[in-house]
Write a protein that binds this ligand. Structure first.
Ligand SMILES: Cc1cc2nc3c(=O)[nH]c(=O)nc-3n(C[C@H](O)[C@H](O)[C@H](O)COP(=O)(O)OP(=O)(O)OC[C@H]3O[C@@H](n4cnc5c(N)ncnc54)[C@H](O)[C@@H]3O)c2cc1C
Length: 492
């Protein structure tokens, strides 16, 4: 390696602690007085591949990205090496920076999205051809997708044996500390201004509801983990399916943007176990880590089956008779289906950029089974509206519910929105919060307002079709239609 600066290329690792690429750069710099240039490239063009850019920034993700980059910029300022922001094709931008600074090396943490894997391979080999040190690290997963193999040497397709194989390995290493300081490059490297990227919505500002719910950035992520471990882990095993309660971690956007690493989460749980003694909720901890395991599994699947975001994992579904139903899709997107638990979920998503996992399953089943609309439309809507939109988790989640995925729910398991609502929102608090126009209905009718007698509707000052939609399908008929559709491909 020459004696030029080391470029640290930030991507989905927007943190300074437990950041292997940054630590390696700091170490190289400390050893021989080298300078460090931290860089983030907004690579959101890529029209020729049809793929989305680095962070697949849908609208809600762009809001998050803005705040997360602002927080990372402050943290790097404090360390002494300001963050350089550039927009454009990553390969071109990195090459420009290498040339401008005479960089000796470029370090980054790996991403597993198919276009990122292909792009990074090219960049690495081009840099190495020029004699520039190019090194990548694992900063996003507990286990690399290629480390976990079945006994015959292939990828896993079923979650339970996958996670068992992960747990049989030595536990993840302790997370690394943030560097104490970095020596800034003293040459001239221009940065673009974050505000000029207009990542925040403006006219209208539909993200107003995000502000009081989320604190993007590394400090917010750490605080969220701490609060979750202190206040909710004990209820997690039994309560994680309750959208009316705050029993899950809400770490998903922080994990997606790499503001916290799964290794920090794993060791955070370990530390809580050590400090809380015999009262530690072992079952909750096991269940919680097994969900981190689902995240690992989704990334394992995406790495080994890169068509997952676009094509059916189970190609039998290529012949599935999906319906073209723009009106139904719109009603679903806007939370106007007439099924309260579905509408509550879709409105929570729009207002906060997040939806509870149980409700994600209910709304996904409704779209793909009750409406027979292709899962790709749901995946695209989630990708645009979720602050945690993640190519691996989203595609795997949709294909799991639709029945076309690896280790998927069987297609014939059609969620009944009324039964699900009664079971998981037993007091109706979740529906009342997000569908206030029916809040005055007694609990008995809340999950199915059309079953309420006229006098009950009148008492609640509710006219269906005026104040709240009548159900856009009859669930029983829709279920039969879905099973018939499935029957058409079952034997194929
Ligand atoms: C149709 C559908 C789409 C989804 N799309 C996404 C997505 O785009 N991004 C995303 O992060 N998750 C997605 N999920 C998974 C899951 O719903 C969210 O990760 C979870 O609701 C986030 O809330 P939490 O952080 O409170 O979860 P917790 O219950 O606290 O779980 C902790 C962490 O484990 C991971 N995790 C939990 N459940 C899953 C799961 N089923 N699959 C993969 N990882 C999981 C997440 O990183 C999560 O933050 C989707 C699920 C479905 C059914």
């Amino acid at each position: 390696m020459g004696d030029g600066p080391v470029i640290v290329w930030f991507r989905q690792d927007l943190r300074i602690a437990d950041n292997p690429a940054l630590s390696a750069a700091a170490k190289a710099a400390g050893a021989d007085g080298r300078t460090v240039i931290p860089v983030f490239v907004l690579d959101d063009a890529a029209p020729d591949t049809g793929a989305k850019g680095d962070l697949c920034p849908g609208g809600a993700s762009r809001w998050w990205l803005h705040h997360s980059l602002a927080a990372l910029g402050e943290a790097l300022d404090d360390l002494g090496a300001p963050l350089v922001l550039r927009r454009g094709r990553a390969a071109e931008v990195i090459q420009e920076l290498v040339d401008a600074a005479g960089a000796a090396a470029v370090f980054w943490n790996r991403c597993y999205e198919p276009h990122a894997v292909a792009r990074d391979r090219k960049i690495k080999s081009s840099l190495q051809d020029q004699g520039i040190g190019a090194r990548s690290f694992n900063g996003a997963l507990l286990f690399e997708p290629w480390e976990i193999e079945t006994s015959s040497g292939g990828p896993y397709r079923v979650y339970t044996p996958f996670w068992k194989a992960c747990l049989a390995r030595p536990g993840p290493e302790a997370p690394g500390r943030a560097p104490e300081s970095l020596k800034a490059y003293d040459g001239k490297i221009e940065s673009e201004a974050l505000d000029d990227w207009t990542l925040l919505p403006d006219r209208p500002n539909w993200a107003q509801g995000f502000e009081d719910r989320w604190t993007p950035g590394e400090a917010g992520a750490r605080a969220r983990l701490g609060d979750f471990l202190d206040e909710a882990l004990a209820d997690y095993a039994d309560g994680r399916d309750r959208p009316d309660k705050d029993f899950t971690s809400r770490l998903s956007p922080h994990l997606h943007f790499g503001e916290i690493s799964p290794r920090q989460v794993w060791h955070g749980v370990e530390r809580a176990r050590q400090t809380s003694g015999s009262g530690f909720p072992e079952q909750g901890a096991r269940k919680f880590l097994s969900e981190i395991g689902w995240r690992e599994f989704c990334h394992h699947l995406l790495f080994h089956f890169p068509t997952l975001p676009h094509g059916n994992y189970n190609d039998k579904f290529d012949d599935f008779p999906w319906r073209n139903d723009p009106g139904g899709l719109r009603a679903w997107q806007t939370g106007q289906t007439g099924f309260p638990i579905v509408d509550a979920g879709m409105r929570q998503l729009w207002a906060t950029g997040w939806m509870h996992n149980r409700v994600r399953m209910i709304v996904a089943s409704f779209l793909t089974k009750d409406l027979l609309v292709h899962w790709r439309h749901g995946e695209a809507w989630f990708r645009d509206t979720l602050v945690d939109a993640d190519l691996a988790n989203n595609a795997a989640g949709w294909q799991w519910v639709a029945g076309s995925g690896a280790d998927a729910a069987p297609y014939f398991r059609v969620f009944n929105p009324m039964t699900q609502g009664k079971k998981f929102d037993p007091d109706g608090d979740y529906v009342r919060e997000w569908v206030p126009e029916i809040a005055a209905l007694p609990g008995k009718y809340l999950q199915a307002p059309w079953t309420a007698p006229d006098d009950v509707l009148a008492e609640a000052e509710l006219e269906l079709g005026r104040d709240y939609p009548k159900p856009i399908v009859d669930h029983k008929t829709a279920r039969e239609r879905a099973l018939d559709a499935y029957g058409q491909i079952k034997g194929s």
